[in-house]
Design a protein around this ligand. Structure first.
Ligand code: ZN
Length: 342
């Protein structure tokens, strides 16, 4: 079968198109025929290597996918060949305190398909049966490959961590990114007013279509000044922080009294300056977030199936052009998700 393979970390040249044996479904596993595989910013880290993390190279990257079940391994109940499914990207031990509490991503054995184990950017993928969920009726395979990781991440940030409420103001950084397009819609669905930043004006109209009330071009204006202007100097209740070092101190200053800043990543660097005075005097909360629980993913899938949340697809390209996808992500020249077709 065709597969994207990373033998060693590096630049775009590290993405090899390989011919691998078709996987077999072992006990507790299913093999899915991948009809669409989603790309994520995480793929970039997997290609380049993560500081302090050893990945199981050589490996097939890819955390999102949708397809049909091709083979069911021994001991798997409730799934049959031909079932339409999407991939639930996270896995955990299932029997520790955090797992019992529904905090799967805090399990010490938590991992992500396509990062800690072989992924979905191939014609077939063998996965634990627990990592496939029914594709909601009416969703295309491309849509099914476009929502799980980013909508789960954004949902947990806004709903699980920040507890966003009707009438609040939310600032979403990088509104055109996968997590950004999800966060704008989820915040809107909860009755918040949404301010979003983008790096180019052509993304602004598309973001307004998704429900953003105000769009700030961070290249032509200072987002902190714009937030102050748009909120009458009050600041926002919630900041969805994904940028890190470049924006951290201003994100904190953009918060209203009692505001919450949630971080799920730091694409520009890990060293953010925190003026502690603001944290205590304004009663701010800084919240970490990674992925989300299985229950949250089921909730997200239902809302996507009901078309109350909309996966945003930038382009659909053949698997062989995976490097073009990486290039687009590094240039930020995309709006929403890139989908690969094996
Ligand atoms: Zn656990």
């Amino acid at each position: 079968m065709k597969a994207v393979l990373i033998r060693r970390h590096g630049g775009f040249e590290a993405l090899e198109m390989a011919s691998l044996p078709k996987p077999k479904a072992e006990a507790g596993q299913v093999v899915i025929k991948v009809i669409a595989a989603g790309m994520n910013h995480l793929d970039t880290w997997v290609r380049r290597g993560l500081p302090g993390v050893t990945l199981p190279l050589p490996m097939v990257p890819g955390s999102d996918a949708a397809g049909v079940i091709d083979e069911v391994g021994p001991g798997v109940a409730g799934l049959r060949p031909g079932d339409r499914v999407f991939v639930a990207p996270g896995f955990s031990c299932g029997h520790c305190l955090e797992c019992f509490a529904g905090n799967d991503p805090l399990c010490k054995d938590y991992g992500i398909i396509g990062e800690h184990t072989g992924g979905t950017q191939a014609e077939y993928a063998a996965l634990p049966a627990a990592n496939v969920m029914p594709l909601p009726d009416g969703l295309s395979f491309e849509e099914g490959a476009a929502f799980a990781l980013v909508f789960l991440t954004a949902w947990h940030m806004l709903v699980g961590r920040a507890r966003v409420r009707v009438g609040e103001d939310v600032l979403v950084h990088a509104g055109g990114s996968g997590v950004g397009t999800a966060a704008v819609q989820i915040a809107r669905l909860h009755g918040a007013r949404v301010l979003a930043t983008v790096g180019s004006d052509d993304k602004a109209a598309r973001l307004r279509d998704l429900g953003a009330d105000a769009v700030i071009n961070y290249r032509s204006s200072d987002f902190l000044e714009e937030v102050r202007r748009l909120t009458g100097r009050r600041g926002v209740d919630v900041v969805i922080e994904t940028i890190g070092q470049e924006t951290w101190d201003r994100s904190l200053k953009a918060l209203a009294r009692g505001g919450r800043m949630v971080t799920c990543g730091a694409t520009s660097g890990y060293q953010g300056a925190t003026d502690i005075r603001f944290v205590f005097s304004k009663g701010l909360s800084i919240l970490g977030s990674t992925m989300g629980s299985r229950a949250e993913l089921a909730r997200v899938a239902r809302l996507v199936g009901e078309r109350r949340l909309r996966p945003v697809i930038d382009r659909v390209i053949p698997l062989e052009r995976v490097a073009d996808g990486h290039r687009a992500m590094s240039e930020r020249s995309l709006f929403g998700k890139i989908i690969l077709k094996p």
